[in-house]
Design a protein around this ligand. Structure first.
Ligand code: UD1
Ligand code: CA
Length: 465
């Protein structure tokens, strides 16, 4: 079977009324990404994106712009009249394929291997409809699958609200993932009706409809019931999020990463961490962050879209955004690296130092209480405590260049644009407003005046009054 023969439809048009949110359900995030992005990612491991059709409706343009870069197709279901109606809306596109899969945009834990399993079973059985089922500990809220005796043939799917008392003990649920054979489906889909508590066209009703037509409707059980969990409420979404992050942590631990108290860490799906890295409790690693071998990220650090080299120490309480830290560097505690910070090999960036759009060269140190922005700092530089690059004149930003081997005395202010030549010394508390040539000393501060006995005299005068 060529991939052209198989498509995947992802239903993502619903509003998600139960979330009580202005945002459409499928754009709510779990594991650091919108729900629907996870489903697309798994689908795209099975078929090329041009064979994926995302059915959008509520806030369609926002959904389209959130996931459009994946290269999938979109089908607009302008009015959302149920899951059956969603597939009717996409009939023109889907009927081009002999078989296709339907996934729910709100069930993000689905894995590519399970999608392949449904597809292969469906083709092998030559079924009209194949339903992925599961037996979770609590089936409440899900549609239930009624089998024909103890076979793997399905008689019908009954939604929670329509369950008859004698059906309420059925523990097998409909996951909302299906495979269909186009011909029998589209020959019968117009027969769906809306005589149900929601007044919607239910795709689930196709099971009984196809059976009545003498078609084969099959069930295939998910190995892990958690994989099909959907999120209809914020509480359910947060439990999906916890589930997904634990899955991520487990997979990293399997690759040799030590994660203490993994239940307290927030690690996004796309984050990569090398073996022998250590992640302490209450760390967040977000976006496309990469952490190298042997590095240790200490508690309460939040690192987003950044590259951390090998054997780096991130001490507690650091915030790092869109930055890179080279091998062997030490940052923190409480460093704030804003976007475009580039910390060189073995450099130290210490307590309460804020950086932005800057480079700190190999082995350089800025250990205490500084602001370093729009700066190019060479190798072997010592930036004293309290140093500030004054990069902003109220209108424009200007650059500070500090060449290799410079010693910047504590409490210096460097008014940019300014350049300090290699090997130069800046006296403490200098306000540097002009370039300093290499290997020279610059002092720019008031000259100390000492008046001996002045304080004592003043006290004595006070007592006489
Ligand atoms: C659905 C199934 C239920 C199953 C459950 C699994 C139906 C009638 N019921 O219920 O048997 O146990 O999923 O999670 O299908 N959508 C559209 N267009 C619409 C309506 C919905 O695209 O007109 C999308 C939603 O955005 C969502 C998905 O379809 O991503 C499922 O819809 P939802 O309302 O969440 O169905 P459930 O009530 O969860
Ligand atoms: Ca749902």
């Amino acid at each position: 079977m060529s991939s052209q023969d198989f498509a995947i439809a992802i239903m993502a048009a619903g509003k998600g009324t139960r979330l009580k949110s202005k945002r459409p359900k499928v754009l709510h995030e779990v594991g650091g990404k919108p729900l629907v992005a996870h489903v697309i990612r798994s689908a795209a491991e099975v078929v090329p994106p041009q064979n994926i059709y995302v059915i959008i409706g509520h806030e369609a343009e926002n959904v389209r712009s959130a996931v459009g870069q994946t290269g999938v197709n979109f089908v607009l279901q302008a009015e959302q009249r149920g899951t059956g109606h969603a597939i009717q809306t996409a009939q023109n596109e889907l009927a081009k394929y002999a078989n296709f899969l339907v996934l729910s945009g709100d069930a993000p834990l689905i894995r590519a291997e399970t999608i392949r399993r449904i597809r292969d079973f469906h083709i092998e059985q030559d079924a009209a409809m194949t339903i992925l089922t599961a037996a979770p500990s609590d089936p409440t809220g899900y549609g239930r699958v009624l089998r024909e005796g103890s076979t793997n043939r399905v008689a019908a799917i009954v939604e929670q609200k329509s369950l008859r008392p004698e059906q309420s003990n059925v523990g097998e649920i409909n996951s909302g993932f299906y495979a269909f054979s186009s011909n029998p489906l589209f020959a019968n889909i117009h027969r769906l009706v809306t005589n149900n508590p929601h007044g919607e066209y239910y795709l689930t009703d196709m099971a009984a409809l196809l059976v009545a037509e003498g078609q084969k409707v099959m069930a295939i059980r998910a190995e892990d019931p958690d994989e099909v969990l959907g999120g209809n409420t914020i509480a359910e979404l947060m439990s999906l999020d916890a589930n997904m992050r634990m899955r991520k942590a487990r997979s990293l631990m399997g690759e040799g990463v030590t994660i203490f108290r993994p239940e307290t860490c927030v690690i996004d799906d796309d984050v990569r961490i090398a073996a022998d890295a250590t992640i302490e409790p209450f760390v967040q690693l977000l976006g496309k962050t990469v952490v190298g071998e042997g590095s240790r990220i200490r508690s309460y650090s939040v690192i987003t879209n950044s590259t951390i080299g090998d054997n780096v120490s991130v001490l507690p309480g650091c915030v790092v955004d869109d930055s890179s830290i080279a091998n062997g560097a030490v940052i923190g505690p409480y460093s704030h690296l804003r976007s475009g910070s580039d910390i060189g090999e073995g450099a130290h960036l210490g307590n309460f130092v804020e950086t932005k759009k800057m480079r700190l060269g190999r082995g350089s140190k800025a250990n205490h209480l500084s602001y370093l922005g729009d700066a190019e700092i060479g190798a072997g530089v010592n930036v004293g405590a309290g140093t500030i690059t004054c990069n902003y004149d109220g209108t424009k930003k200007h650059k500070t260049v500090i060449e290799d081997g410079v010693f910047v005395g504590s409490d210096s202010t460097l008014v940019a644009p300014v350049k300090i030549g290699h090997g130069a010394y800046l006296g403490a508390a200098s306000c540097i407003t002009a370039d300093v040539p290499p290997d020279s000393l610059a002092i720019a501060r008031g000259i100390q005046v000492v008046k001996e006995g002045w304080a004592k005299k003043k006290r004595e005068e006070g007592q006489k009054k």
